[in-house]
Design a protein around this ligand. Structure first.
Ligand code: GLU
Length: 347
């Protein structure tokens, strides 16, 4: 090899060693992209700023990464749906597997962020960082939390330590694992918590540190594949309470639900007439997952209700909205309750 060629190869190696990672920001809407006519009002509209505006509002992110932006949707996350999930999941897989991106940051409303995070945690086929971020205060608010949250999210996405940790949620200086995180307060900036495990790391002005490792299967080790899927089966959530009735369960079955997550009382308990309706649902081929509305802890199998007797399966300690995501994906592969229960113990 000529001296000139060796020099050029060395130059390429040195340049790429110092090149900034490429991070794609995929914007879906939410309060982080929200605006208001007042800096002191809780009235505002979600999803009004475009991805370019979000990026230009935080020029510091371009110092740590080559930033590219794409608009996936621009909605309040209460409008999130399977179509956007599938589009988002497929696009992230494409960006990460082609090498176009070293990591992805998704801006998202906080209302359903935990659901999207867990969905992506199960369908992304890469160990590169995938980080979700939002804000509790819109861009016009006094002390808006969006800009620093976005800077911290990009910082986590370029961190070597974020590799192989599954999808992460970065909010309010904390890093949470997708399976564990949930929104716990309607308005507070420290709304995101992981009640069963705690946060897995922190990120203070871009300085990311991890203290824990998610142990349940995710991303590269997940068997769920959306590459050829355009529709997901209907799974409903039913909320249990005193003096309950079977009507919602019967309506759900009548309208073609393939699965029901019952957000039961305490350790997954159910009012007698509703319990009967759930047992009938199983007889009609609907998969019933016994879960809890409590917000933390396991739904044990058996508990006061013997799942084997009714043909139910247990959610382990997944909350109802995440159990819905796992059951939808599980039902794309099997209807066998035994196999589906294995998923609940593995993911
Ligand atoms: N409904 C809004 C959303 O989820 C508000 C929550 C937020 O982004 O903070 O998009």
């Amino acid at each position: 090899m000529s001296l000139k060629k060796v020099f050029i190869l060395m130059l390429i190696a040195i340049t790429s060693a110092f090149a900034k990672p490429t991070i794609y920001i995929l914007a879906t809407g939410g309060t982080i992209a929200g605006s208001s006519s007042s800096s002191l009002s809780s009235a505002y509209s979600s999803g009004t700023l475009t991805v370019d505006k979000l990026i230009s509002a935080v020029p510091q992110i371009s110092q740590i990464a080559t930033i590219k932006g794409e608009q996936i949707s621009n909605i309040g996350s209460q409008e999130m749906n399977n179509e956007v999930w599938l589009k988002l999941g497929k696009r992230i897989n494409e960006l990460l597997s082609s090498g176009q991106a070293d990591g992805v940051v998704i801006t998202h409303g906080t209302d359903t962020m935990e659901e999207t995070a867990y969905f992506l945690n199960l369908v992304i086929k890469s160990d590169k960082p995938v980080v979700m971020v939002g804000a509790m205060r819109n861009s016009d608010s006094l002390s808006s939390d969006g800009p620093l949250n976005l800077y911290n999210a990009v910082s986590v996405a370029v961190s070597k330590e974020a590799v192989s940790k599954g999808v992460l949620v970065v909010m309010n200086d904390e890093i949470h694992a997708a399976r564990e995180v949930t929104k716990t307060n309607t308005t507070a900036v420290d709304t995101f918590k992981s009640p069963n495990t705690g946060k897995i790391g922190s990120v203070i002005y871009g300085n990311a540190k991890f203290y824990m490792q998610p142990t349940r299967k995710h991303t590269k080790n997940s068997e769920f594949d959306i590459s050829k899927i355009n529709l997901l089966p209907r799974v409903d959530i039913i909320f249990s309470h005193s003096n309950d009735n079977p009507d919602f369960i019967n309506t759900s079955v009548k309208n073609g639900a393939k699965g029901i997550i019952n957000a039961g009382m305490g350790n997954g308990n159910v009012y007698p007439s509703a319990l009967n309706a759930l047992a009938n649902a199983v007889q009609n081929g609907v998969v019933v997952v016994r879960d809890s509305k409590v917000g933390s802890g396991e739904t044990t199998n058996p508990g006061e209700i013997d799942d084997a007797k009714f043909g139910f399966i247990t959610s382990d300690n997944l909350n109802p909205v995440k159990a819905r995501v796992l059951l939808m994906l599980g039902l794309t592969k099997t209807n066998d309750p035994k196999k589906l229960e294995e998923y609940f113990l593995a993911y």
